[in-house]
Design a protein around this ligand. Structure first.
Ligand code: DGT
Ligand code: CA
Ligand code: CA
Ligand code: ZN
Length: 586
C-alpha cells in the first residue's frame, strides 16, 4: 500500500465518521491527515522504519498507529468494521451533487433513507422539501442529480472505449483463424459516449476465437461465454461483446451490430418494401422472417447490402437516422467526409504560459513531429485567473516569444509555424481584451467560461462575441463536460445564426470530455454556411492526438474537408483569418 492509498482510506474514514455523527474535530483530523500524506515527499514505509511518523504535523498517536497498520499489513480492521456498519446506500447518496455527509445523515436519521431509490421516492412524495434546511430547491436538485447519475453511470467516454478496444482489435486481426474483423456498435459509429464495446469476427473456428478473446490482457472478468459469442469486463468496468460468425454472414452481421437501432429499423423497412427480409444473418428473398441460405441475396460487403436496398453506401458515423436516408434518396450525402489526416494543425491550444504543461519549444517540436503545418498558441486571458490567464503585458511578451520560436524554426529550415493568439474570455458586458490587442493576434478564440443560469443572457453574450470583428471563432459552445457537467443554457441555433451572419467560425472542441459543439448541430450550421474548426484545446503534448477524435465527431456531423477551416494550408488559412477583419473595416 502506498501513501495515496492510505490517504484515500483516511479520508474515507473521515466521511464514514461524519455519516455516523462523530464530532467534527475527529472527522476533520482524518481529512487533514489525508491531505498531509498526499503532500509528503518521503515514502511512508521509510518514515515508519525510522520511527519518524510523529514528526509529521497534525498526525497524533492514534493516526500514526493506523497508518503503520495500513502500511505494514495492508489492512485496517477499524476501517473495515466502520465500513461494514454503514449502509452502502449512504455512500452512494454522497455521489449526488449537493448531498454531503451531514445531509445524508439527517436523511437517514429523520426519514430512514438508506438507498438512492428510497431517496428518490421521498423526493417524489415531497418529503425532502419540508425538512428543515432542505427546501424545494434542494429537493429538485437531488432529483436532477439522481437522474443524471442513472443516465451516465453505465456510459463511458469515447476515448476510454477506444483505448480499451484498439489493442483487442489489433490482437484479433493477428489471429490466423480470423478472416475479417471490425468493431461495431456505437464505437464504430463514433458516438461521443459508449455503453459497451462490440466486436465482430468472421472465422471457421469460433471456439478458438472465443478462447483467444477471453484471455486477452486487460480483461478483468468474463460475464458470458458461449460457442459463438462472449462478453467480458475491461478495465474501468467497460463491457465488451464479441460475436463470431461465418464469413458469408459477416457483412449482414456488421451492418446489424453497427446499428444504430433506429437506423436498422429504417433499413429493415426498406427491405420489406422490396419484398425482402433483412436481419443479422442476411438479406433474404422472403416475406417472412427466415435464415434460409437458399433465399439469400448474396452480398460480400456492406456496400452491396446498401446497393440491394437502392441506397448509396452510408458511412457508419452517419447511421443514426438523423437525415441520412432522405439525403441518400436525393443523392445528397456528403461525397467524402473529412479525415483526420486532412487536418493541418489546431487553432486553440494552451502552453505553460497559462494552464498548459509544455513550453513553446516543446509544443513546436511535438506537433512538427506529427506533421502539422501550424499550431496556434491561445492561452487564457486575464479573467481566467484560476487558469493563470495572461494580462495584456504578458500576452505581448508571449507574442515576442512566439515570434522568436518561429524565427528559429525558419532558420533551421522547418515548415511548421506557431500562430499567436488568445482564448479570450467572454465576460458579461464585453470581451476580456480590447480590440486593439485582439487585432495584434493571429488567432482569437472567444469562450464563455463563467456562464450564468439565464439562457437569453448567455446567448446574448455569445452573439456579441461573434459580432466582434476580431473574434475568429467561438470555443466550446456549451461548456458541457460529457458524463460530468451539463451544458450551460444557451440557444445554440441563435448563436449559429449569428456566426453565419458575421462569418464567425465555430469550434469542434476535440477534448473527449467536450466534443462541443455537439455533432447533432453541425448539419444545421453547415447549411447556414458556418465553418468548423477542429481544435485540440491541448493542455499537454499528448492532447495533440485529440485531432483524430475530433475528426471522427466532425464526420458524424456530416462535415467534409471544405467545411473545416484547419484543413487549409498555412497561406490560405492566413487569408481566411484576415477575411472577417477586412470585410468589417469597409
Ligand atoms: P451502446 O452500446 O449503448 O453505446 O450502443 P450500441 O449502439 O453499441 O448498442 P448495443 O451494444 O446494445 O448493440 C449494438 C447494435 O446492435 C445496435 O446499435 C443495433 C443492434 N441491436 C442490438 N439490439 C437490437 C434490437 O433490439 N433491435 C435492433 N434493430 N437492433 C439491435
Ligand atoms: Ca455497444
Ligand atoms: Ca453490445
Ligand atoms: Zn476554454
Amino acid at each position: 500500500m502506498d501513501k495515496s492509498q492510505v490517504a484515500d482510506i483516511l479520508s474515507e474514514i473521515g466521511v464514514l465518521l461524519e455519516l455516523k455523527g462523530e464530532n467534527p474535530f475527529k472527522t476533520r483530523a482524518y481529512a487533514n491527515a489525508a491531505r498531509t500524506l498526499e503532500g509528503l515527499t518521503e515514502p511512508l514505509d521509510k518514515m515508519i522504519a525510522e520511527e519518524r511518523l510523529g514528526e509529521i504535523k497534525g498526525i497524533g498517536e492514534a493516526l500514526q498507529e493506523k497508518i503503520t497498520t495500513l502500511i505494514t499489513t495492508g489492512r485496517l480492521p477499524y476501517y473495515e468494521e466502520l465500513k461494514a456498519a454503514t449502509p452502502p446506500g449512504l455512500l452512494e447518496m454522497l455521489q449526488i451533487p449537493g448531498l454531503g455527509p451531514k445531509k445524508v445523515k439527517r436523511l437517514h436519521d429523520e426519514l430512514g433513507i438508506e438507498s438512492i431509490e428510497a431517496l428518490e421516492a421521498a423526493c417524489v412524495a415531497g418529503k425532502i422539501a419540508v425538512l428543515d434546511g432542505f427546501g424545494e430547491k434542494t429537493q429538485a436538485k437531488i432529483i436532477e442529480g439522481i437522474t443524471f447519475k442513472r443516465t451516465y453511470a453505465s456510459k463511458h467516454h469515447l476515448s476510454t472505449a477506444l483505448v480499451a478496444a484498439e489493442p483487442i482489435l489489433d490482437a484479433l486481426r493477428q489471429h490466423p483463424d480470423v478472416i475479417r474483423c471490425s468493431t461495431a456498435g456505437s464505437l464504430r459509429r463514433w458516438k461521443e459516449t459508449i455503453g459497451d464495446v462490440d466486436f465482430l469476427v468472421s472465422s471457421k473456428h469460433p471456439a478458438a476465437i472465443i478462447e483467444y478473446f477471453v484471455t486477452q490482457p486487460g480483461i478483468l472478468s468474463i460475464s458470458a461465454r458461449g460457442e459463438t459469442k462472449a462478453s467480458v469486463i475491461l478495465a474501468g468496468g467497460l463491457q465488451a461483446d464479441l460475436r463470431v460468425v461465418a464469413d458469408t454472414e459477416f457483412p449482414y452481421a456488421l451492418a446489424y451490430f453497427t446499428g444504430s437501432k433506429e437506423h436498422n429499423i429504417v433499413m429493415r423497412q426498406r427491405a420489406i418494401a422490396r419484398g425482402l427480409r433483412l436481419n443479422e444473418y442476411g438479406l433474404f428473398k422472403s416475406k417472412e422472417e427466415t435464415r434460409d441460405p437458399a433465399l439469400l441475396v448474396r452480398c460480400q460487403t456492406e456496400e452491396q447490402i446498401f446497393e440491394a436496398l437502392e441506397l448509396p453506401y452510408i458511412q457508419p458515423e452517419l447511421r443514426e437516422d438523423h437525415g441520412e436516408f432522405v439525403a441518400a434518396e436525393m443523392n445528397a450525402l456528403p461525397e467524402r467526409l473529412v479525415e483526420w489526416t486532412d487536418l493541418k494543425g489546431s487553432l486553440h491550444n494552451h502552453s505553460n504560459w497559462s494552464d498548459g504543461n509544455s513550453t513553446l519549444d516543446e509544443i513546436a517540436a511535438h506537433v512538427e513531429e506529427l506533421g502539422c503545418a501550424y499550431w496556434a498558441i491561445t492561452d487564457h486571458s486575464r479573467a481566467s485567473f484560476q487558469a493563470n490567464g495572461l494580462a495584456p503585458d504578458r500576452l505581448r511578451q508571449q507574442l515576442k516569444a512566439v515570434s522568436a520560436v518561429n524565427q528559429k524554426l525558419a532558420d533551421e529550415g522547418h515548415d511548421l509555424r506557431l500562430l499567436t493568439g488568445s482564448e479570450v474570455d467572454v465576460l458579461k458586458e464585453r470581451l476580456d481584451f480590447d480590440d486593439d490587442l485582439l487585432g495584434e493576434l493571429d488567432v482569437v478564440v472567444a469562450s464563455l467560461h463563467v456562464a450564468g443560469s439565464d439562457e437569453s443572457d448567455n446567448t446574448k453574450r455569445l452573439i456579441r462575441a461573434a459580432e466582434n470583428p476580431f473574434v475568429h471563432m467561438l470555443g466550446h459552445l456549451t461548456g458541457r463536460l460529457l458524463l460530468e457537467r451539463k451544458p450551460y443554457p444557451v440557444n445554440q441555433h441563435a448563436v449559429i445564426d449569428a456566426c453565419a451572419a458575421t462569418g464567425t467560425w465555430i469550434e469542434l472542441n476535440s477534448n473527449p470530455y467536450r466534443f462541443d459543439m455537439d455533432w447533432r448541430l453541425w448539419q444545421y450550421a453547415k447549411d447556414k454556411g458556418v465553418r468548423c474548426v477542429i481544435n485540440c484545446d491541448a493542455h499537454r503534448l499528448e492532447h495533440a492526438g485529440f485531432l483524430r477524435l475530433g475528426a471522427g465527431v466532425a464526420r458524424k456531423g456530416w462535415l467534409t474537408k471544405a467545411d473545416v477551416i484547419n484543413t487549409l494550408p498555412l497561406e490560405k488559412l492566413q487569408k481566411e483569418l484576415a477575411r472577417k477583419r477586412t470585410s468589417s473595416n469597409r
